[in-house]
Every structure is written in C-alpha cells, then in structure tokens.
Design a protein around this ligand. Structure first.
Ligand code: GDP
Length: 424
C-alpha cells in the first residue's frame, strides 16, 4: 500500500509533522525528489528537528527510510544531518540510498551562488543549495550517479567530462576558480565509501515491499506551485513535487497508489520570489508571521521571513487537483484564533474578469484577489481533539474551504505537536 504526502501550495505547509505522524503507521518512508534545499520541522519526544535531506521516518525506530533516485543527494549534508540527530539522542536510523541517485557536488552549490550573483535583482530566490545546477547537469547527462562513485576510474572520467563544460563557464562567464578533477575525485570517492553500506537497488526493494503488503509513505518536498511544469515557472524548483512523479522518483509502479494526501495551511505562506496573490503587508502580515507555525513563519532552511497571506482557494484547488489528492490536511488552524474576520480568496480578477481556474504565470502576476470575508472564532483551539468541539465559526471556516477546494479535509492540525490533530 503506497500513500503520498505532498504540498498543495508553495511548500512549508507543515508536511513534516503530518509525515512524522503517519510514519508511525508505516513500514517505509521514501524521499523521491529535491535535496537539502527545504526543511521539514518535526517536534517529538527527542525535541525539535529540522530535517532537510533525511526522510521524516528517521524518528521512528521501526521505519526503513529510503532515498530514491529522484533526490539530489548531498552526501556531506546527509552525514551532517545524521550526526546532528544522533548527537541529540535519536538512534541511528535505518537508511537505504539508491545506487542510481545522483550526487550533488560542492561545485553545484558554487554555481548556484555564482548564478544568483550574476542575475542580481532578477534572481529567483534560490536557497543556494545547488539544486538547479544539479538537476541541470542530470538532464545534460553530465551528472554522476552514486554507483559511479564507487569506482575511482569511472568517477574520474565522469568528473573530467563535467569539468570540461563547467570550467568553460567558470572561466568565461563567472570568472571564478576552475574545478580540479583529481581533488574532486579523491573527495567524492571517500564520501561515497562512508555511505557504502546503505547503498542498494532501491527499486527492487520497494517493488518487493509492495508485493509483501508493506505500508510505504512517499514524502514530497515543497508543493504543487513549485512544480517545473505545473507551477509558477520560473519561480519553481527543479524537480517535480507532484505525487505523480513520486512513483518515478522512488522507483515504484504508478498503479500502487492508495492515497494521496495534500497538505495545505489555514492561511498562505511562501518563501522566495514569484507571484503570491493573497500576500499581506505591514502590520497585518507581521502579526500573522509572528503567530504562524510553532515559532513564527521563518524558513526552516534559510531562516528567511516567509511571505504570508490569506488562504488562496484558487491556488489550493489547483494544488490538490494536480496532486490527484484523495484527502487534504489543513495545518496551523490554531494560528487564526486571534482574528475578528478572516478572508478567503475565491477567485482572481484578471483584466476585469473573474477567474477561478489557476492560470499561467504571466496572468497570475496580474491577478487581484477576490475575497469572501468570514467571521473569526476568537478562541484558542489547541488541545481540542474532536471536530464537534471546535467553535462553530471555526467549523464554518473549515467547511467553506473544503467546498472551495473540492477535496475532503480529513485532518485538521491545531498545533505543532504530533498529537495535536483532529480527524474528521
Ligand atoms: P513542511 O516543509 O511542509 O514540513 O513545513 P514546515 O515544517 O517548514 O512548516 C510548518 C511549520 O508549522 C513548522 O514550524 C511546524 O512546527 C509548524 N506546524 C505544523 N503544523 C502546525 C499546526 O497545526 N499549528 C501550528 N501552530 N504550527 C504547526
């Protein structure tokens, strides 16, 4: 049985908590795309953890965690993360890494920084983790698979091939120091050796697990609107965060899905550049930013203040649709308890016309939000565990949004802790 947890919006929807919760009831948790460029926040009995590359099942002893071939594997970041969590008392997680996964090199991070520098004000707000140059190289076929790193000669040849192109750019475009293939070969050969016991044929393992009836959880990073094809290109990421890609990036059959759970927040938040129709500014934004999440809306990876705004039903309906969501989870519902009135964006006004289907980026950039205003419930709802016990106005808000997004809201999260969840 395969389930996926994915983002319905711009990322940071609170997927980490939901994945951690559902991981309890899973045998295997798989990362299928992205790299160490985003962060999941998990709060449990060991403390608070920001996971970047490790699957969210690492906090559960019984879970096998898998890094699929669709991921951008930064070996140093992975080793650091493993050290951080074990230093803080978590047992060493069970981890399998695909032999086909490609490795994110130090020069990908450097190229990411050089490119942001070159673009200046026109930059896309990269986290500078090397993700775009990494996926660029993968599709240019100058990347290096982990299995190729276990043989020094093959690794050297692959790096030499990449360096020919990379050094031409470093010399002529960025005017930066060139790559030294011998040094890189030694470094990455040694790094690959450190993780060798975890490397395996992940697809075979997962296919067998499906046959054996194991419970597999696919964990997406970011959200629909960051998809390179279906998102707000070019303010997108470089790998697909859609459940549909999940099976590819993990190495599973597309028919194995049982459930796709899209996560959305009770309001909107986003990190980085790009159109964000319901954005709030000034004091209103500051208040929401301060109250959001468990310690304010600041990026788990970058610490950057997140942009915040009202719930965008146009973007979220599209977000759930493109994920093929069977269920939707709303997080951070507790955060809105201070408001007298709450707005929900139900349509975009573009060139004088009302639009309810999420359009292409040049049109989203022109969109003005059309709001419906609902009454606030003015109550702290943390600690409530039954839907019926929520204030009536809070239930009205939930039910209004459920209709708008055309997807059943089956779980409501009313606090950052694992147990702060209401099932409907
Ligand atoms: P992810 O990348 O989708 O996992 O999102 P993040 O973990 O970066 O962001 C979610 C933030 O909201 C984190 O600080 C969580 O601890 C916090 N969080 C998750 N669910 C809730 C909730 O229901 N209420 C509150 N107040 N905070 C929550």
């Amino acid at each position: 049985m395969v389930r996926a947890i994915v983002g319905a919006n711009w990322g940071d929807e609170g997927k980490g908590k939901i994945t951690d919760m559902l991981a309890q009831d899973s045998d295997i948790v798989v990362r299928f795309q992205g790299g160490a460029n985003a962060g999941h926040t998990i709060i449990n009995e060991y403390g608070k953890f920001a996971l970047h590359l490790l699957p969210s099942g690492v906090c559960h002893k019984h879970v096998v965690n898998v890094i699929g071939p669709g991921v951008a594997l930064d070996i140093e970041a992975l080793l650091n993360e493993l050290k951080t969590i074990t230093d803080r008392g978590l047992p060493m997680p069970r981890l399998l890494i695909s032999d086909r996964v490609q490795v994110l090199m130090e020069y990908h991070v450097a190229f990411d920084c050089y490119e942001e520098e070159r673009l200046g004000k026109a930059s896309f707000g990269s986290t500078k983790s090397g993700i775009a140059p990494f996926y660029g190289d993968k599709y240019m076929k100058i990347g290096v698979q982990l299995c190729q790193m276990l043989d020094k000669e093959i690794l050297h040849a692959r790096l030499e091939n990449a360096a020919r192109l990379k050094n031409a750019m470093l010399e002529n475009l960025y005017h930066k120091p060139l790559l030294d293939v011998d040094i890189l070969t030694e470094k990455y050969y040694a790094l690959a050796q450190q993780i060798k016991p975890m490397i395996c044929d992940v697809a075979q393992y997962l296919h067998k697990a499906v046959k054996d009836g194991k419970k597999i959880l696919l964990e997406g990073q970011l959200g629909t609107l960051r998809d390179p094809d279906h998102g707000i290109f070019p303010f997108t990421t470089s790998s697909s965060p859609l459940a549909g890609f999940g099976m590819v990036g993990a190495g599973l059959p597309p028919t194995a899905f049982e459930q796709v759970i899209a996560v959305t927040k009770a309001y909107s938040s986003c990190v980085g550049a790009g159109p964000f129709t319901t954005e709030l500014f000034g004091e209103e934004a500051e208040e929401l930013r301060k109250r959001g999440g468990d310690a304010g809306e600041y990026g788990a990876k970058t610490g950057r203040p997140r942009r915040v705004g009202w719930f965008d039903a146009v973007a979220t309906r599209y977000g759930c649709m493109m994920q093929g969501a069977t269920d939707c989870v709303m997080t951070n519902l507790d955060v809105l308890g201070y408001l007298d009135e709450i707005k929900v964006c139900v349509a975009y006004e573009i060139d004088g016309q009302e639009v309810t289907n999420f359009p292409v980026t040049p049109l989203v950039e022109k969109a003005k939000p059309v709001y419906v205003t609902l009454p606030g419930w003015k109550q702290d709802i943390r600690g409530i565990t039954k839907y019926e016990d929520l204030p009536e106005k809070c239930r009205q808000y939930v039910e209004f949004i459920e209709k708008q997004i055309d997807c059943p809201l089956t779980m409501l999260s009313n606090g950052p802790k694992r147990e702060e969840i209401i099932y409907r």
